[in-house]
Every structure is written in structure tokens, then in C-alpha cells.
Design a protein around this ligand. Structure first.
Ligand code: PMP
Length: 357
């Protein structure tokens, strides 16, 4: 039976990535060596890094004023690394609290300096993202999460401010067109839309690198890491290759504008069914903030929750249980998930509705 993988991450990747990655484990590009045994100082890996950077720059139209890095570790590491680099003792940073990951970023920043939370959605269980907040002009940066993976909320507009904007795009990077010039820094774990776990994509405006605190260890220093072009120490060679393969796949599919159209179509289809089906309710009611990547919904009767998970699994639909011990469902429709898989989930929801009558 074909499985339809709606996992929140690590998540489904394109078949193209699996096939090429499997080939590379045996013999990378005719070199006679597995990529797993290939030096990060080899010309083979230099080619991988160069192509990954060039493709990312092309796909997201990243200007030369920004450095592009592929670093070991996930976004949680950068929750700490960003303030370590940029938040000096006598400065403050502004943060928007829109969910668990945003709150984790806030907590890590508090180790390094003053943190001003401009708004929080916590009191209403992060069902929507607060808007209309003020960002203090003297903040060293403003940090927010563009897509809240657990709650299924998203901010499509970049908040307007004169201070550098830093955005965690872990769960929506490469899913829709963005204007990179609106950001001081973008970062993302790759294991949702861009590869195998172990790597973060970092896009940082070079002038911010001039303000990095010099009194921090080199291994965490973005300026040092940028000067060494992601090769300060041994990077996760194989995981970076899976990111390159994702970028190649995305380009073949027509780039960001083509994938964005597909993501709109896929998410509309599922939201329509959630809103129509008598057994389910969408978690996010504000339609402008409904995520196209992580679609969250409940069974109106909690006792039907496990029944639906089992019913779906029997039909090959997996990964729709909400995060950790949160109740309800989350269907993640990342770039590699096909329209056919979404249609299958919709059909399973309809069948379940008939079944329960
Ligand atoms: N930010 C967001 C938006 C996420 O969804 C996640 C993980 N699901 C993280 C940060 C943390 O990523 P990691 O576990 O790779 O550190």
C-alpha cells in the first residue's frame, strides 16, 4: 500500500531526492567513493556547496549583500546563536510570541540580553497571531516565526519596522515567494521543505556580520562561519547534499512561483473539506492566517479522534496526529507532498463521515 506521509518533520521529500541520495551513498557522481566517505575538502563537496548556494540564491533571489550558509544543527540552535552573536548586554531585542518555537527563541535570548515581547498569542492558545503591535525603534533586531508548525498559523506579511527583521522559516521556507530584502536574517531547519535533518539554512545580511559580538567562540560566530563559507569545521556533508537535491528538484518543478501555486491548491482543497465535513473543525478560524504547510483541525467528538487516526492509517494516511501530546490533527502539506495525497486524505475524511452515520 502506498503511504501518504503528512508528517510535520522530518517530512516527505521528493522521490528524486531519495533516488539520487541512494545512488550517492553507493558511488557519488562516478567518483567511485560513497559521499559518506568523501572529504568535505574535496572538489566533489566544494561543487555541492557551490551549487547549493547558487541555487538557493537563484530560487529566492538572494542579493549579494547577503551571506548564505549551510550549518550543522537545527533552528533551535540558532534560537541561542542569534542572540549570542547579536544581542549585546546593553541592547535589547524585540520578539513576537506566536507559538512554542517562538517562545523557545525568546527564552534562549533571555540568557544574553533584554528581550521585549511585542505581543503574545499564548493566552488564546496560539489560535491566531497577534498583529498591530509596536516594535521599539531601538531594538537591535525583531524576531518572528513566519509559520507556526504546531498551530497551523502563518504571517504572510513581513511586519514593518526600521530594525533588522530575523525570521525563523523552518516550516515554510521555499514554499512561497518572499522578498529577501525585507529581512536582516532568515534561518530554517531543512527537514521539512529542504532536506534531511542536521542542517540549517542561514541567509544573513552582511552588514549584520560586522556587528557580531567578537567575544564568543568561533564555532558559533556567524562572521567566522561566513568567512569560512560553511567550512569552518566539518559540515554535515550528506545532509547538505540532500538539501542540494531538494533545490534541484524545486528548480525542475518550475521554482517557487510554481510550487506556491500548488501549495495554494493543495491547502484550499483540505481546508474546504475541513470546513464542510460535519465531524471536524479547523483550529485556525482567521482565514488570512491559515497555514498552507501545516493544517490543524479537531474531531468535534474527542472520542472519535483515535478512531479517525486508525481509520486513516488503514488507508495509508500517516503522520496526521498533532504534535507530541497535543490533541487533534495536523496534516503537513510540504512541497514534496502531492496533490494526490491531499485528495486521498479528503476522500478518507469523507468516507469516515459516512462510516460514522
Ligand atoms: N522552528 C520551527 C518553526 C519549527 O517547526 C521547529 C521544529 N519543528 C523548530 C524551530 C526547531 O527545529 P529543530 O528541532 O530542527 O531545532
Amino acid at each position: 500500500m502506498k503511504l501518504h506521509n503528512f508528517s510535520g518533520g522530518p517530512a516527505i521529500l521528493p522521490d528524486y531526492v531519495y533516488h539520487k541520495a541512494a545512488d550517492a551513498i553507493k558511488n557519488y557522481n562516478g567518483t567511485g567513493l560513497s559521499l559518506l566517505e568523501t572529504s568535505h575538502r574535496s572538489s566533489a563537496f566544494a561543487g555541492i556547496l557551490m551549487e547549493a548556494e547558487a541555487l538557493l540564491r537563484e530560487l529566492l533571489s538572494i542579493p549579494q549583500a547577503y551571506a548564505v550558509l549551510f550549518l550543522a544543527g537545527g533552528a533551535s540552535q540558532h534560537f541561542a546563536q542569534i542572540p549570542l552573536n547579536l544581542l549585546h548586554k546593553d541592547t535589547g531585542a524585540a520578539y513576537l510570541d506566536s507559538g512554542v518555537w517562538a517562545a523557545n527563541a525568546i527564552n534562549e535570548a533571555r540568557y544574553y540580553g533584554r528581550v521585549h515581547v511585542v505581543a503574545s498569542g499564548k493566552a488564546e492558545a496560539y489560535r491566531s497571531i497577534p498583529t498591530g503591535f509596536a516594535i521599539p525603534e531601538d531594538s537591535i533586531y525583531f524576531h518572528y516565526t513566519s509559520n507556526n508548525t504546531i498551530y497551523g498559523t502563518t504571517l504572510r506579511e513581513v511586519p514593518q519596522t526600521s530594525v533588522p527583521v530575523i525570521c525563523d522559516m523552518s516550516s515554510d521556507i521555499l514554499s512561497a515567494e518572499i522578498d529577501v530584502t525585507k529581512f536582516g536574517m532568515i534561518y530554517a531547519s531543512v527537514q521539512k521543505n529542504a532536506g534531511a535533518a542536521g542542517v540549517s539554512i542561514i541567509v544573513i545580511r552582511k552588514d549584520l556580520l560586522d556587528n557580531v559580538n567578537p567575544d564568543i567562540p568561533n564555532i558559533f560566530n556567524y562572521a567566522t562561519l561566513a568567512t569560512n563559507r560553511s567550512l569552518y569545521n566539518t559540515p554535515p556533508v550528506f545532509a547538505i547534499y540532500t538539501t542540494l537535491l531538494n533545490l534541484q528538484w524545486l528548480q525542475r518543478e518550475g521554482g517557487i512561483s510554481a510550487i506556491e501555486k500548488r501549495n495554494i491548491e493543495k491547502s484550499q482543497l483540505l481546508y474546504e473539506e475541513i470546513d464542510r465535513n460535519r465531524l471536524f473543525t479547523g483550529r485556525v478560524s482567521n482565514s488570512t492566517q491559515r497555514s498552507r504547510m501545516n493544517i490543524t483541525f479537531w474531531a468535534d467528538k474527542p472520542e472519535q479522534e483515535q478512531a479517525f487516526l486508525d481509520f486513516a492509517a488503514e488507508r495509508g494516511v500517516v503522520g496526521i496526529k498533532q504534535y507530541a501530546d497535543y490533541g487533534g490533527f495536523r496534516a503537513s502539506l510540504y512541497n514534496a507532498l502531492s496533490l494526490e495525497s491531499v485528495k486521498t486524505l479528503v476522500a478518507v475524511m469523507q468516507e469516515f463521515e459516512h462510516h460514522m452515520q
